[in-house]
Design a binder for this molecule. Sequence first.
Ligand SMILES: NC(=O)c1ccc[n+]([C@@H]2O[C@H](COP(=O)([O-])OP(=O)(O)OC[C@H]3O[C@@H](n4cnc5c(N)ncnc54)[C@H](OP(=O)(O)O)[C@@H]3O)[C@@H](O)[C@H]2O)c1
Length: 338
Amino acid sequence: MPTPLYILVTGATGFIGAHVVDELLRRGHRVRAATRSLPKGELMKISRPQYAAQLDIVQVPDFATLASFTDAVQGVDGIIHVASPFTYATTDNEKELVKPAIAGVRAVLEAAAQEKTIKRVVITSSFAAVLDVGRRPPPRFTYTAEDWNPLTYEEAVAKETSAVVAYRGSKKFAELAAWEFVRERKPGFDVVTLCPPMTFGPIAHPVERLADLNESNAMLWAVASGREMPVARVPFWVDVRDLAVAHVEALCRLEAGEKRFVVASGEKFSYGLVKTVVEEEFEWGRGRVAKGEQEVDDSYDLDGETAGRVLRVRYRRFRDTVRDFVEQAVKMEEREKS
Ligand SMILES: NC(=O)c1ccc[n+]([C@@H]2O[C@H](COP(=O)([O-])OP(=O)(O)OC[C@H]3O[C@@H](n4cnc5c(N)ncnc54)[C@H](OP(=O)(O)O)[C@@H]3O)[C@@H](O)[C@H]2O)c1
């Protein structure tokens, strides 16, 4: 791909999307940032005055219809589709998680297929689309980008299904919709999907209150602030800044085309480890962190190395990720109290 590029980023005012926007801007690309909320988009732009000429904001209020993206894709060279519902506070999982995730992918790809300038679409899938909860060691095994979550659509949307499981379904069926679209429609662009596990790190998107933190960072804050020790469903994670690099490399590297990558640090984590890091890194940590212990589950593995090699990602250490986020969260808390 020629540089600089003009890239549409969806979910640009979310946790991961904002870092993807920043990584593109840092490398000199132009970004069209899609958001549901223009005020949030404007906040993003105002807080990056040095990039005013490279960044424009587009409002896409409902990504469930094809028409919603037809204007947003005009004249761009590529798309990084990050937006998808990621919340466990649901009342109707199919309506709030599964259907919009699939509809979002289809709408972006349909619109992209009308725009001849688009060469590649990178989609943020998730390790949730890879995980098979029924597969337990021993024997020890390693998840790779070849693996798929065996959940059926019916299981994902069943009334008794929890939001956690429905979210896993939303990511699986949204990603499958993308691969199916490419297979059947043979568009003029190729697709790359990234399947990150728990993603942590400092925030770059507009968040007014700690109560509005994205799902994954909210877990770190729950430990640091002493609220609770959450359950670590998997021991795999990645730093949001490394994941942003992976997105941009996935967009630009020819050899990444038509591939699926699991982007994950080789180091494993537990919320017990979060507690240790906070106690060691912050003076206030010992008196405040959540009670309870949690061991790192080192009984199975995930291959993040392949993505690291192809996409040139040097994964950060867990300690640095936790420290950088908690440092920022504590400042937010001080501001909230004052
Ligand atoms: N954080 C993790 O641990 C993690 C791990 C693996 C994969 N992922 C994936 O990464 C992506 C971003 O997640 P995140 O952690 O950055 O969460 P986030 O901060 O909640 O961001 C989600 C983004 O998606 C947009 N969005 C959500 N529902 C939407 C809908 N119905 N219509 C249009 N836009 C919608 C939001 O738009 P607004 O800003 O306009 O509200 C927001 O920008 C998601 O695809 C998620 O599945 C996250």
